[in-house]
Design a protein. Structure first.
Length: 93
């Protein structure tokens, strides 16, 4: 078993520290997109939907490390995408 932080026997093998930095940076971008959504900007909704899709895809690779948490975040991202796509104009009022 390797001690470098990589998970053996999985299709996608990444170092957990690298994924932590990726998630931290994406979280900051999501924060700024959230401010744009709350201020009623259409581009903010588009950016937020794209970031939610990217977050869901990233969490598929995170399933070997924290399966319950990754699946929970994927489900939350699906809810966010649906809310912004269907009810996004309600936020602008």
């Amino acid at each position: 078993m390797p001690l470098d932080g990589a998970t053996p026997n999985y299709v996608i093998e990444f170092d957990a520290t690298q994924w932590g930095w990726v998630h931290l940076l994406l979280g900051l971008v999501v924060l700024f997109a959230g401010f744009a959504v709350l201020s009623g900007q259409t581009w903010g909704r588009v950016v937020a939907i794209v970031l939610a899709v990217l977050s869901a895809l990233a969490n598929f690779a995170f399933i070997p490390y924290y399966p319950f948490w990754a699946i929970l975040i994927i489900a939350l991202n699906v809810f966010i995408i649906h809310s912004l796509a269907v009810h996004g104009r309600d936020f602008a009022r």
